[in-house]
Design a protein around this ligand. Structure first.
Ligand SMILES: Cc1ncc(COP(=O)(O)O)c(C=O)c1O
Length: 476
């Protein structure tokens, strides 16, 4: 008797597994064969089939509808085991997106894109990119490992742009990959890092995710304020300053010529590195940009990061770290540890794009389009939103718009989104108690004729949010 019932239980288990697998192959709502068919198919009696079906109904895999049959349940995914243990194992999160997720997601929303930091297709040389990429993948060495620091032609090219030797250049997966390597290679978790604010959220995200403590150093019309930089270095003993001397994101500012030496001297006295994010080198509006800060430094104090994504295409994820001295060894090791090297076909695609005849045409087209788009944006803002203020950007792709005091940046961004315009809320660009009543408006991803309509809709969102108060607890 005992033997008989354990044999029954065994066959119920087996049939349950078989029916579970059968349910897995069917779409939600699909009807299972009749009990009689299942009996025949599985070679068991009706009681075994009924018991197995009853178990799967209890588990939520199947549902029975009297008179109609048995169906695959919509709650099938409820069978996934309990993952709550992960919350305990993961503990507090060291990883922070600092709003990068919001900025990246903006690129996929439809409507008017004033929130996106990459060129729309009309400003990209996609067909040249396609041709260059197809030649790059057909090279005999396409799928071999490149030198870990990058292919020599590309290292030389970036070196020439910055004024460095090829062996002072490491090829990276664009600027974000470069920033990630530099922050983590230079400092242990818990270190303070100074940021000229407002700043780029992606850099804050890297620092926070590495366990660093971002410390704000305010800027004015001439860039970072030297006296406050000096105080911040004295107060924190920070060993790293993150700076965008040329066409900064978000305000398009430039570090004044007179301040460049002062900033270098202050960092020299404090023994600190300067991480120069030169992402916007080719995003001027027709004027010649100041040279990279790297050129004013002969002590290896400045580490410069470059990228091709802004001027060419977001998916051409090629950039560089330019550094000299012992830090270069550290950075080269970090890069290898991170992801070994940047794929060969991508590097050769980039070589073709920058060395080919289309490069200067791309620079001219981008610069002309940015100038026109920016002129249209600033004129529309002056007309539609006189209650807001902004400094005219010296170059780059964005305007840092100051909303009427206390306006909730997130409320405006959300309302604008509903009206079909993406914008980036100011809170992601600041640190600590800084005012977050700002929006960053970008002209990279919007065609010029669409700008006046987008600004008119934005003005509607600003007015509808008047009187809202920003919850500043979000700023880090
Ligand atoms: C200041 C700054 N640095 C770096 C990046 C990262 O660019 P990418 O990783 O596409 O080169 C961005 C992108 O918006 C940026 O604005």
């Amino acid at each position: 008797m005992g033997n008989g019932s354990s044999r029954d239980a065994g066959s119920v288990d087996k049939v349950t597994d078989e029916l579970r697998s059968l349910a897995d192959t069917r779409a939600v709502g699909a009807r299972l064969p009749s009990t009689r068919d299942l009996q025949q198919r599985l070679g068991v009696g009706p009681v075994t089939v009924q018991r197995a079906l009853a178990r799967l109904v209890t588990e939520g895999v199947l549902v029975t509808r009297p008179g109609a049959g048995t169906f695959v349940s919509a709650r099938r995914s409820a069978r996934v085991g309990d993952t709550d243990w992960q919350q305990v194992a993961l503990g507090a999160s060291p990883v922070s997106t600092s709003g990068v997720d919001v900025l990246l997601a903006g690129a996929h929303s439809t409507g008017f894109q004033l929130g996106v930091g990459y060129f729309d297709a009309t400003l990209r040389a996609d067909s040249r990119l396609a041709a260059a990429a197809s030649r790059a993948v057909r090279r005999p060495d396409a799928w071999s490992a490149p030198p870990a620091a990058g292919v020599p032609e590309l290292r030389s090219w970036f070196g020439r742009q910055v004024g460095a030797d090829p062996d002072q250049v490491l090829i990276t997966p664009a600027a974000q990959g470069a920033l990630s390597a530099v922050f983590r290679a230079l400092l242990p978790a818990g270190s303070p890092v100074l940021f000229a604010v407002p700043t780029y959220p992606g850099a804050l995200a890297v620092a926070r995710s590495a366990g660093h403590v971002p410390v704000p150093v305010p800027t004015d019309a001439d860039g970072i304020r030297p006296e406050l930089l000096e105080r911040a270095l004295a107060a924190t003993s920070a060993r790293l300053l993150f700076l965008q001397p040329t066409f900064a994101n978000p305000d398009g500012g430039v570090l004044a010529h007179a301040r460049r030496r002062e900033v270098l001297d202050i960092c020299e006295r404090a023994g600190a590195f300067i991480l120069e994010d030169d992402f916007a080198r080719w995003l001027g509006h027709g004027q010649v940009p100041p040279p990279p800060l790297w050129r004013d430094d002969d002590q290896g104090r400045v580490i410069t990061v470059c990228s091709l994504t802004k001027i060419l295409a977001p998916s051409l994820r090629i950039g560089a770290i330019v550094a000299r001295g012992p830090v270069m060894t550290r950075l080269a090791s970090m890069r290898q540890v991170d992801d070994s090297f940047v794929p060969m076909p991508l590097q050769h695609t980039a070589v073709e794009m920058v060395a080919g005849p289309g490069w200067s045409a791309q620079l001219r087209a981008a610069s002309a389009a940015l100038r026109t788009r920016m002129a249209t944006l600033t004129a529309a803002l002056a007309t539609e939103l006189p209650e807001c203020s902004f400094a005219n950007p010296r170059g780059g792709i964005s305007v840092w718009l100051w909303l009427p005091r206390g306006t909730d940046d997130l409320a405006v961004a959300t309302r604008a989104g509903r009206l079909g315009v993406t914008v980036a809320p100011g809170r992601y660009f600041v640190i600590g108690e800084q005012d977050v009543s700002y929006l960053r408006l970008c002209v990279a991803g919007i065609r010029e004729p669409d700008i006046p309509t987008a600004v008119a809709l934005l003005a509607e969102a600003v007015r509808a949010s008047a009187g809202t108060t920003a919850d500043r607890s979000f700023a880090g």
